[in-house]
Design a protein around this ligand. Structure first.
Ligand code: ZN
Length: 120
């Protein structure tokens, strides 16, 4: 295997090449394990098993499954949208109220003008 190609492979799949006393090994960045069989197919196999293990540990807590987590996330998003909708509704109500108040003020001013005209 040309050296260049395995370097690329190591980078892509999260391995660190190591050479001690002319003996090559690879460190897996996922689990920090040193692998002495550096055949690329062998490393790839480790990588697949390692990913599966890390994936399980990282994404599935004791409390729930991955699906439950996703559902929680979606639920949180829905809540976010609901509060946003509520906020906008309140804003709209406030604007309607302001509009009504402004109209009342106009009406009051018109009446004042009318009464001023009547006195002049
Ligand atoms: Zn590993």
């Amino acid at each position: 295997m040309p050296r260049k190609k395995s370097e690329q492979f190591y980078k892509e799949h999260g391995f660190l090449p190591r050479c001690i006393n002319g003996k090559y090994s690879a460190i897996c960045k996922g689990c920090d394990k040193e692998l002495f069989n550096t055949a690329l197919s062998r490393l790839l196999m480790h990588k697949q098993n390692c990913d599966k293990k890390n994936f399980d540990v990282r994404t599935v807590p004791k409390s729930g499954s991955l699906a439950a987590l996703k559902a929680d996330k979606v639920r949180a998003q829905i809540r976010q949208f609901q509060s946003k909708t509520q906020f906008l509704k309140t804003e709209t109500d406030n604007l309607k109220l302001e509009r009504t108040l402004a109209l009342l003020k106009i009406q009051k001013l018109r009446l004042e003008i009318d009464s001023l005209r009547a006195y002049s």
